[in-house]
Design a protein around this ligand. Structure first.
Ligand code: 5RP
Length: 225
């Protein structure tokens, strides 16, 4: 099975945890695209009433296009469940997200959720985080200075560019620096360091945030609860 088939299988498995009447957070990425398709089908087949909050305009377009009800985060008190992808998950179920530059919205939505499920293919499961560059969202204002400060700390920031060599912009029109930090032995210490960095909007370390992980494997989706 190729990576996309594994992503699809994990995504389709996840929608069994959705219940009628839920307020749902929908993540971003290729795995989430499969999940939203399966969710919309289940909602229609079972006549479920769901209220969804999305973490990117891409997910919003897809969800609305498939007939799901999408509202703004500010319109709900809490979310019952958020289902999202991840870029890396370590042996302690800490994660890196932001490969799609959506990690700021994704973290706000995850934090507003009672339950969080990550759906990934098995290649995302690692012993220690850090092979995947750690995304951080930064303002244009002070880019030179923050890049220099992060470089001085040995975090090797690289401005993310798109296929036309233009800077990637987040939903909030900010920039993304990818930090090439190598193995992250202590994710909490690094998160703490980045949390104190002036001008850094949000980083992609998602720590102690997930309740279930569904991993697509050639033997079928594996649930880690
Ligand atoms: C977007 C993310 C995605 O969840 C992450 O990049 C995984 O994407 P995919 O499902 O396409 O592998 O964090 O900001």
């Amino acid at each position: 099975m190729d990576q996309n088939q594994l992503k699809k299988a994990a995504a389709e498995y996840a929608v069994r945890f959705v219940e009628d009447g839920m307020n749902l957070g929908l993540g971003t990425g290729s795995t989430v695209t499969y999940m939203v398709a399966a969710l919309a089908k289940r909602a229609q087949d079972e006549n479920m009433e769901l209220t969804c909050v999305t973490t990117s305009s891409r997910t919003k377009r897809q969800a609305e296009g498939l007939g799901l009800r999408v509202v703004e985060l500010n319109e709900v008190d809490r979310l019952d469940l958020t289902i999202d992808g991840a870029d890396e998950i370590d042996a302690n179920y800490q994660g890196i997200k932001g490969g799609g530059a959506a990690h700021t919205m994704e973290k706000i939505v995850a934090t507003a959720s009672d339950q969080v499920i990550w759906i990934v293919d098995e290649s995302k499961m690692v012993e220690t985080l850090g092979k995947f560059p750690l995304p951080v969202e930064v303002f244009d204002y002070g880019l030179t200075q923050i890049t220099e400060r992060l470089a001085e700390q040995g975090l090797n920031p690289v401005l993310r560019l798109d296929e036309n060599k233009e800077p990637v912009r987040t939903h909030f029109k900010n920039l993304v620096l990818d930090l090439n930090v190598g193995q992250i032995a202590d994710p909490h210490a690094l998160a703490d360091q980045l949390d104190h960095e002036v001008g850094l909007v949000e980083h992609g370390l998602f720590l102690d945030m997930v309740n279930k992980v569904i991993v697509g494997t050639p033997d079928g989706p594996k649930l880690i609860d």
